[in-house]
Design a protein around this ligand. Sequence first.
Ligand SMILES: [Zn+2]
Length: 335
Amino acid sequence: MESVKTKMNSNLDWRQVIGLDESMAELGRVMDGGRMHPIILLEGLQGVGKRHLGVWMVARMLCQQALGPASPCGNCGSCREVLRGIHPDVRIVDPEGDSIKTADIESLQEHFTMMSPDGLRIGVIMNAERMTIEAVNRALKTLEEPTEQVRVILTSSRPLLLPATIRGRCLRWGVKPPAKELVLSWLRDTLKNTGQAPETEEQLSQWAMRLRHSPGLLAREIEDSSDHRSGVLGDIHQLLTAAKPQEITRAAANLARVHKAKVPEILSAVEWELNRINRQDLTQSAHRGQSETEAFKRSNRRRLIREIRQQAILGKVTLNAQLVAESIGLCGWEN
Ligand SMILES: [Zn+2]
């Protein structure tokens, strides 16, 4: 998986998402005003692009060669580290599990206490409403009295689930969905680029309406053909280890496209493979006695994959992963 690790993380790359220009321009003006609140809560519908906007803000704070007020460059050392999720001044809390736990917040606080040569310590808490009560109580300590070098960005599609004590400490920023025309033209391009059969104008319009509020789920997957092989291997691995629905759908859609198969067919094959591994594991675990947790995780994954497959069949989904995710309404799982 080394090659995957060193790739840009499209999940963080603001340039892969449409419809954020206006938000970026507005936020950029506020940030330039020099009176930026140290704690920002990015609110908006699921898939509207809060995650990418948050990462954009981080890059903008750290970019070494900002292109004027409009944008971080995306190419300097800092931007590249931010895009890979490895910038030493930035800690992103985005756990695999359902909830954000005290340990996640503690590790963030530890990050805040370390000195930075650039003068900023930045924390991003994705899907902040997933914090447990204990995590919230922990987080409040930091949010009540952030030191001068601390910046915190929270994202949430359900901000009302956050305690008022948290919301009250933040500058709340609503992220708006893009115009229908923008989504429509993106969709048309994507269908063309991914070699999908052209849809009728009416179908396009229906898609666009459904996708309107979720440009974050419209992140493009740009792969040149030389990347295909490593991409496929990575995808198979991901399908076998992924716990998050959006990872599964993304990987399945990639495989489907590369192999010119349908998404449900790919998922069905993965289900079969998980079954096989579990059977194998059970026979071996009699000797090792340690694989129960793994087997349990795999069963959960298989159940999840089955659900996604069934939904994909119902939705007759053949588009890219983000569209798959959107069309099957993966509420609460992704920004
Ligand atoms: Zn830069």
